[in-house]
Ligand binder design. Sequence first.
Ligand code: ASP
Length: 318
Amino acid sequence: MTSNPIAIAIHGGAGAITRDSTSPEVERAAREELETALHAGHRILTAGGTSLDAVVAAVCVLEDAPRFNAGKGAVLTHDGTVEMEASVMDGGTLRAGAATLLSRVKNPVKLARLILEQSRHVMLSGAGAEALASTNGLELEDNPYFVTPRRIEQLERALAVHPTATELSESEGEAGSTGTVGAVALDGHGNLAAATSTGGMTNKLSGRIGDSPLIGAGTYADNRSAAVSTTGHGEMFLRVAAAHELCARIRHGGASLREAASAVIQEDLSRIGGHGGLIALGPTGEIVFELNAEGMYRGAIDASGKLTTAIFANDPAR
Ligand code: ASP
């Protein structure tokens, strides 16, 4: 146990999530899953564990929940396949791990963490990444485990509008095609960590890599500034190097956490027509949620121990 502040925040994706596109039952179930993920991470922090352990534990819960676009329930590519990706970063050492083009790893975030801890690389992809997962005893699953009827329907709807691979599309705007997951945490030793995991975007071209596995775009953590995980139209987050940009605005520009988060989403991302959101956590335990989409599944247990969850943009818990 420690008297230093501990805190955790998570997201389950941003996008066209409106009251009209959901129901009170769906909302309740989603909030329960967010709470389960928050408790999984927070339990580790209260026991004196590391922020890295906490973000991985929280993300695993969301990867296992079919509602979210990561692990089981990942969205499908144009070819109907699953290509998942994930990353983690430790804000104390700036060590990072990432994996992409995964079709069999049950919990991609565990592989990202393995790469951080046990390889001399930051990022691995495809068969090589899955071989490392298998050698180290991570659980592998076959395709039917990941693919849910809801994601098949989403792909069918997207293909009806954009049938050819060459005119791919703005299908990120479709309600429910989002759901990438992420977590940021501060542990009692003063260390920040961040993790992000996704299936990408519905109807993406096979081989497409988004922001989520890229250190600096979808994930970044530096004890001198913040831990950040993003969600939304990945190409746009990549182009503004969103997660690192937020940290740079704090470190070099003297911005507060809130100012930096707002600038990245409302200025940098909006300026190029990007939509989405992010979660950010500072070294004192301050938590910020920022979005320019209709909604973002999100939640936190702050330094006072208060748990909040929220879904729609104007939900009070912020
Ligand atoms: N950022 C993810 C991607 O583009 C998608 C999402 O956050 O929903 O792959």
